[in-house]
Design a protein around this ligand. Structure first.
Ligand code: SAT
Ligand code: MN
Length: 583
């Protein structure tokens, strides 16, 4: 036996001694194994079979009503030095973290099965991919990990070859919010998660491994692990450019990644292909460009708002072989959520109670679908390419009702890093806590960076090397509102208009208006044909509110100061340069 398999066996044995399961099951990822788990979950009420005619092989899971989102206040990064986790993370000393977690894990799997899930994040044969093993007592987690990662025998074979893997230990415990923690030990490539069965808290390959642990690994190995979608844009000449875009959770990454071009663009031959909708790992290739893979194999998308109009590709994807979590159901057992707009009505809400809009929505605002990327009509074969795709542009974006224009281009990499580092967004239902509160969410990584943001910004800056052919960096805001509180930009497919302008900037065929905050589009060069934008919309989407930006840059300065002397001087200087130009 190879030494990595020995390490794995020893770890599984040690975990079993601590958690005392009745049985141990090594997952091979086979169809037979999945079918047996699904049958078992149907029998014990974990899964509810949906209408086989309309949604073949699809199921509904209802989580505990207190367990419906990530819990940032219970998520810790345990590094030997507090400063290495930074002000952006909750911190605990590793020995204390282990002691606290192991006390929770003690005997927690009595009467349960311990599942061992070997998985690979990224195409099995890609040098950019990384493997992990999750131990869990939740068959729902196994079924989701099978969709979201390359799980089972091929991953185990790669672990054996490679000799290293991330260790993730998970138990749903009693689903008690007072006995719930998600802890990361980056130096030990270890994750311990207890007391939640939900999404990013429990599917450890996703945010825990592919972002928090991977960001730490990426720093030492010279790459980037980012909270970004990746899409391909094919123009009428048949050339494809790839764009990576960071938005906070529940800000439309899935919709943008699966965008359908507006009618005129379709006729001209524009095409969007999807590489990923949530996570992007990228590193410089020999030619100096950044090459990216999507480490995931599926989509864990937000259900509410997904419709034939907003995201036909997602809707087509989830017609079969899908696990729905916390949506409502119709009288004939079809899944239903607010914004589905398919003319049907729910009878049962996400808690399994008779639907009453006066009590709660049919679907939880953070209800989700889990589906294989291969089911998506726009999924690109390039997503399986071991070398990844070259990135032409990086986009940062948040939810900003005011101030921030539709799009601007940064002047250079350092300015781009500052814009990413000072990104603000209103909070969403993807995490517990207040919704709609503006907070700084650098690179959309506030909940996910496994180390001190000051060091992370320095790591980003370090890619600006002689010979590097870095992507252009842009900022967008699809969420600007008018005085009446309504969105000013139509969004969805029409966002391609903005992406097209970015690509014109990349190939040098469009001009721009230089301003202190960056380069704004000339409205003559951004295709607005067929849109009826009001005077107010044009002014707010394409204008610069100088006084508002002065206040914003003062606030950005204060935010950066929170990182103390560790913050790269180059970012301070960039912030001061822009603040001075605005004054
Ligand atoms: O719960 S997840 O972290 O998987 C989804 C999200 O918040 O992006
Ligand atoms: Mn996400």
């Amino acid at each position: 036996m190879s030494s990595s398999l020995e390490t794995l066996n020893q770890w599984v044995e040690a975990v079993a001694r601590l958690t005392r399961p009745d049985r141990i099951h090594w997952c091979d990822g086979s169809d037979a194994e999945n079918a047996a788990l699904i049958a078992q979950m149907q029998a014990d009420g974990t899964l509810f079979k949906l209408n086989e005619q309309t949604h073949p092989n699809s199921y509904l899971h209802r989580s505990h009503p207190d367990d419906v989102a990530r819990v940032e206040h219970l998520t810790f990064v345990c590094t030997p030095e507090r400063e290495d986790a930074g002000p952006n993370n909750h911190w605990m000393a590793p020995a204390d973290g282990h002691a606290q977690m192991d006390a929770l894990f003690d005997g927690c799997m009595a009467g349960r099965t311990l599942y061992v899930i070997p998985y690979c994040m990224g195409p099995i044969d890609s040098p950019l991919s990384r493997c992990g093993v999750e131990i869990t007592d939740s068959p729902y987690v196994v079924a989701n990990m099978r969709i979201m990662t390359r799980m089972g025998a091929p991953a185990l074979a790669r672990i054996e070859r490679e000799g290293t893997f991330v260790k993730g230990l998970h138990s749903i415990g009693e689903l008690d919010p007072n006995r719930r923690y998600i802890m990361h030990f980056p130096e030990e490539l270890t994750i311990k998660s207890f007391g939640s069965g939900y999404g990013g808290n429990a599917l450890l390959g996703k945010k825990c491994h592919a972002l928090r642990i991977a960001s730490h690994q990426a720093r030492s190995e010279g790459w980037l692990a980012e909270h970004m979608l990746i899409l391909g844009i094919e123009n009428p000449k048949g050339e494809t450019h790839y764009i990576a875009a960071a938005f906070p959770s529940a800000c439309g990454k899935t919709n943008l990644a699966m965008l359908i071009p507006p009618e005129g663009y379709l006729q001209d031959g524009w095409k969007i292909t999807t590489i990923g909708d949530d996570i992007c790992w990228m590193r410089p290739g020999k030619d100096g460009r950044l090459y990216a893979i999507n480490p995931e194999a599926g989509f864990f998308g937000v259900a509410p708002g997904t419709s034939a109009k907003s995201n036909p590709n997602a809707l087509a994807s989830i017609q079969a072989d899908t696990i729905f979590t916390n949506v409502g159901v119709t009288a004939d057992n079809q899944p239903w959520w607010e914004g589905l707009d398919n003319g049907q009505t729910p009878v049962t809400d996400w808690q399994g109670q008779p639907y009453d809009p006066a009590v709660r929505p049919a679907a939880h605002p953070n209800s989700r679908f889990t589906v294989s990327a291969k089911r998506c009509p726009s999924y690109s074969p390039m997503a399986e390419d071991p070398q990844g795709v070259p990135i032409s542009a990086i986009v940062f974006g948040g939810r900003r009702a005011s101030l921030v224009p539709l799009v601007f281009e940064t002047r250079d990499w350092t300015h781009g890093v500052l814009v990413g580092a000072s990104m603000g967004s209103e909070t969403t239902a993807a995490a517990t806590g207040a919704v709609g509160v503006m907070r700084r969410d650098p690179m959309a990584m506030k909940p996910f960076c496994g180390y001190n943001f000051a060091d992370y910004f320095a790591h980003w800056l370090s890619f600006d090397q002689p010979g590097a052919k870095l992507p252009k960096v842009f900022h967008v805001n699809w969420f600007r509102k008018g005085d009446d509180g309504k969105f000013l930009w139509p969004g969805f497919g029409d966002n391609l208009r903005v992406l097209e302008w970015m690509l014109k900037r990349v190939d040098g065929s469009a001009g721009a208006q230089e301003t202190p905050i960056g380069n704004l589009p000339l409205t003559s060069e951004l295709n607005l044909d067929g849109l009826s934008l009001s005077e107010e919309a044009r002014n707010k989407l394409f204008g610069l509110d100088r006084a508002g930006w002065q206040a914003e840059f003062a606030s950005i300065g204060e935010y950066l100061d929170e990182y103390g002397p560790r913050l790269p001087q180059a970012l301070h200087e960039e912030q001061q340069r822009i603040a001075a130009r605005l004054a």
